[in-house]
Design a protein around this ligand. Structure first.
Ligand code: ATP
Ligand code: MG
Length: 513
């Protein structure tokens, strides 16, 4: 009489992951194949895939057994979603029906979708599963071949990439052993194919380039406003070329997010470049911040540790922009759903571009603006004050003169700028080595107090500015953080009056908003 068999699989919940026990019990009676333990439709359909896959792999499928086959997925209170349970269900059935003999099954994790012929199809979230396997002390993880390089970012466990169920069968029976997947070595060399435009190709706009350098150095948010065709979109696209490469830990974090979102492919199983996301202005709030029935990360989470570029900012729906307020402040987004809230990280740098008015020429001395004052103010009101208050650098990108545009003189290479940005990041790394944060923009009040001391001249400048510009408390703290970054870029241990004065230059002009 066959006994119940148990193998381990995994369920992803937001970015996290939990082990799931897949138990198969067979009892005498009329044939019946049932899956219990909160399966969704895709898991329920697993019965058909598993049966065909087993048959086409040369073994005897459930309907040949003339027994009641019950699959239990535990713990029962977690919703089981997606097709990744096909493989563990097949393995547990083969064990329960005495068709497979395997040892140390409890130290292995199985995940993967099966095709009807018994081949394995890639699934999402494999990196989270491998990390969980390491944490919980599992020794081996069996995944579809296409996911193997991703799982092998976790070096401490053995990863086996599978083409077919038959291959796994032969391996577990020790008839034809599989080679474990070699650890995935990450190549953090700057990848030109991944990058945007080099800064050297942008003529003029030195002021904007300087502001982008500061934004990159301290991970500050930036808004560029100016007439059409002056290079705002172009400038934003240079950012990936001046940002420092990801660290290994950051690459893990970012890859995990893209994996859960199902956005990795076999050619690119891991991410080594900082994300640059530029959602279209018609994007919905869910697409931007995440959510849905089986909550998926939105654009702001996909931009974690990288850039979220919102081109034509006033064209975005207002409620979509308002949804950015909490994550901009906290670096995380909480997505609620019926069974509780899920948190996704969202430590992104917001880069936005806009025209000053609908025709685009309100700030252009060379051209006449045809918009009525009411129209201009309605256009600007689409972006709320609280959102603007969260942006540290506000800059004008003016039209450039013909001489500059036609000049042969190239600007500074991105590589040179990136070296300065990296040096400033290095300073911040040392400063925050005992804190959880990485950059100046993430400082809390206590850290601001500790690291942003002003001398008396600086205090005087800031006092006048706060009074004259009627700055909010948030703006006050943001100016201090920005000055800290400018001082870091200039290699100054203290914040000098010059640094502070430059930071103040990047506040929005009051009549603008
Ligand atoms: N400073 C510049 N140096 C070199 N080329 C430029 C510059 N500014 C604009 N261009 C040229 O103009 C094109 C349009 O620039 P871009 O799309 O960045 O403008 P924009 O400011 O985003 O305009 P819009 O407000 O209409 O979106 C670029 O593809 C480039 O060919
Ligand atoms: Mg543009």
């Amino acid at each position: 009489m066959p006994s119940p068999a148990k193998v381990f699989s995994a369920a992803t919940l937001g970015l996290d992951c939990l082990p799931i026990e897949v138990e198969v019990d067979m009892s005498p009676g009329l044939y019946n194949f049932q899956i219990v333990g909160l399966p969704d439709a895709a898991v329920n359909e697993s019965k058909e895939r598993v049966s065909s896959a087993i048959k086409n792999s040369g073994a005897s499928p459930p309907h040949h057994t003339n027994r009641r086959v019950i699959v239990n997925l535990a713990p029962a209170d977690i919703k089981k979603e997606g097709p990744a349970y096909d493989l563990p269900v097949a393995v547990a059935f083969l064990l329960a029906s005495d068709q497979l003999l395997a040892t140390e099954i409890a130290s292995k994790i199985f995940v993967g979708e099966l095709s009807l012929e018994g081949k394995l199809r890639p699934i999402s979230g494999v990196l989270s599963i491998a990390l969980m396997a390491r944490e919980r002390g599992f020794k081996e993880i069996f995944v579809p071949k296409a996911n193997a390089a991703e799982a092998a970012m976790v070096k401490e466990i053995k990863v086996f990439g599978l083409d077919s169920l038959e291959q796994l069968f032969l391996h577990l029976e020790q008839k034809e052993l599989l080679e474990p997947q070699p650890a995935t070595e990450l190549n953090f060399v700057f990848d030109a194919a991944d990058s945007g435009t080099d800064m050297a190709y942008i003529r003029g706009q030195e002021h904007a380039k300087r502001a982008l350098e500061i934004a990159a150095a301290g991970h500050h948010n930036i808004l560029m406003a100016g007439p059409p065709g002056t290079g705002k979109t172009l400038l934003a696209r240079t950012l990936p070329t001046i940002l420092p490469p990801l660290s290994f830990e950051e690459a893990l974090e970012v890859t995990k997010i893209f994996s859960i979102a199902g956005r990795l492919n076999q050619e690119k199983p891991v991410l080594t470049a900082r994300p640059f996301r530029s959602p279209h202005h018609t994007a919905s709030a869910v697409a931007l911040v995440g959510g849905g029935n089986h909550p998926k990360p939105g654009e702001i989470t996909l931009a974690h540790r990288g850039v979220l570029f919102l081109d034509e900012l006033p064209e975005f729906h207002r409620d979509v922009l308002e949804a950015l307020r909490q994550p901009l402040e906290d670096g995380v987004i909480t997505v609620s759903r019926a069974s509780g809230a899920i948190e996704f990280p969202a430590q992104f740098m917001l880069v936005a571009a806009m025209n000053p008015c609908p025709c685009g020429h309100a700030t252009n001395p060379e051209k006449h603006c045809i918009c009525s004052p009411a129209l201009v103010s309605r256009y600007k009101r689409r972006i709320s004050g609280p959102l603007l208050d969260r942006i540290d650098l506000h800059i004008d990108v003016p039209a450039i003169k013909y001489d500059k545009l036609a000049s042969e003189k190239m600007g500074e290479d991105s590589q040179v700028v990136r070296a300065r940005v990296q040096a400033a990041r290095q300073t911040q790394q040392v400063r925050f080595k005992n804190d959880k944060i990485k950059t100046n923009s993430e400082m809390n009040l206590q850290q601001i107090k500790k690291h942003c001391q002003l001398d008396s001249a600086g205090q005087e400048i800031l006092k006048t500015a706060v009074q004259n510009l009627r700055l909010s408390a948030r703006s006050y703290h943001r100016i201090l953080k920005l000055s800290r970054t400018i001082a870091d870029l200039n290699g100054s241990p203290n914040i000098l009056s010059d640094n502070l004065a430059e930071a103040l230059m990047y506040r929005p002009k009051e009549d603008n908003f």
